[in-house]
Design a protein around this ligand. Sequence first.
Ligand SMILES: [Zn+2]
Ligand SMILES: [Zn+2]
Length: 202
Amino acid sequence: MENTALILIAVALILLVLVIGLLAVLIFKIVKNQPPPPPNNNSSDQQTPHPDISKSEFHPEILERMKDMQKVKPKRADLFCPHHTDEPGETVCAICDKMYCKACIKPFKAMHFCKEHLPLIMKYDWEEVLTLKTSTQDPERGVKLYEIKKEIFEKDDLPTYIETHYKINVDQDYIETYLVVYAQKENKEKLKEKIELELQKA
Ligand SMILES: [Zn+2]
Ligand SMILES: [Zn+2]
């Protein structure tokens, strides 16, 4: 009788161990199969460091076109600010085409100007010199215009800036893009002639 009781207790213990073992395996599997935590929406890589609020008010088609227009602008070789050689350049000055860090460039009239050229923009009257219609199918003339602008600044020391204008043709659901060159009033005629001549050479 005592033996039977002992055997029963032994069997009960073995069953208990088995049940605990099975439970442990089950819990392990559940923990392992849990889906990874959902991505954190506040993580820094999802935030744009400097959201360009000015662009949010544009038509989505224009935003697309703006992206295309980036291809027209010249590629950069200089990666650091000329005044702070350990600071990466962020934005290009619309007059001198050099890339400056945040501390060295200021926004003005939907463009950016370096500390040297912002006073120039504010001090003088700037007038439209020439308008060039471009298309993404044929960006060469746009590229050429940016090259001419840069050369005129570097060789002739005549400052200009180029604005991109967009016009929606509602009927045909089409966006026209124009590059508009501006210069100081007194240089306007001289520059118009020069730029037109250079464009014809292209
Ligand atoms: Zn500049
Ligand atoms: Zn700087």
